[in-house]
Design a protein around this ligand. Structure first.
Ligand SMILES: O=c1ccn([C@H]2C[C@H](O)[C@@H](CO)O2)c(=O)[nH]1
Ligand SMILES: [Zn+2]
Length: 132
C-alpha cells in the first residue's frame, strides 16, 4: 500500500472518532509488514482522562490481534500544520516500531510531514533501560 492510500485509510478512521467533548477528530492507519491495515480513532470518555488517542487505538487493536511487525503509520487531524502525536502515543510507537520506520503526520489540507520513529521521541525510554 502506498503513502497516499494509507493517508486515505487514516482519514476514513478519523470519521469514526468518538469525540463529544473535544470535537477534535483524529485518525490513524497502521500498516503491518504483511500489508494489513489497522485503523484507529480517538475515543473519549465523560471521565476525560480515560480517552484513548487514535494512534494507540490502532496499535492496541493490532497487538491484541497478534500483529506486531509494522512498516508505516499515518496520522491525520484537522490541524493548521501536520498533526503532532502526544507523548503517550510517541512512547507506544517507540515500543512497537523499528527506529527507522517512517511516520506520516498529515492534516486535511494535505500537508505531510515524514518523520522517523527515532526522531518522534529522541531518547525514548525502552526495554534496554530496564535492569534485568
Ligand atoms: O495525536 C493525537 C493528539 C490528540 N488526540 C486526541 C485525544 C483527544 O481525544 C483529542 C484532544 O486532545 O485528540 C489523538 O487522538 N491523537
Ligand atoms: Zn496520543
Amino acid at each position: 500500500m502506498n503513502t497516499n492510500d494509507l493517508i486515505k485509510e487514516a482519514k476514513k478512521a478519523r470519521e469514526r472518532a468518538y469525540v463529544p467533548y473535544s470535537k477534535f477528530q483524529v485518525g490513524a492507519a497502521l500498516l503491518t509488514s504483511d500489508g494489513k491495515v489497522y485503523h484507529g480513532c480517538n475515543i473519549e470518555n465523560a471521565a476525560y482522562s480515560m480517552t484513548n488517542c487514535a494512534e494507540r487505538t490502532a496499535f492496541f487493536k493490532a497487538i491484541s490481534e497478534g500483529d506486531k511487525t509494522f512498516s508505516s503509520l499515518a496520522v491525520v487531524a484537522d490541524t493548521e500544520g501536520p498533526v503532532s502525536p502526544c507523548g503517550a502515543c510517541r512512547q507506544v510507537i517507540a515500543e512497537f516500531c523499528p527506529e527507522d520506520m517512517t511516520v506520516f503526520l498529515t492534516n486535511l489540507k494535505g500537508d505531510i510531514q515524514e518523520i522517523t520513529v527515532r526522531d518522534l521521541l529522541p531518547g525514548a525510554f525502552s526495554a534496554r533501560d530496564l535492569n534485568e
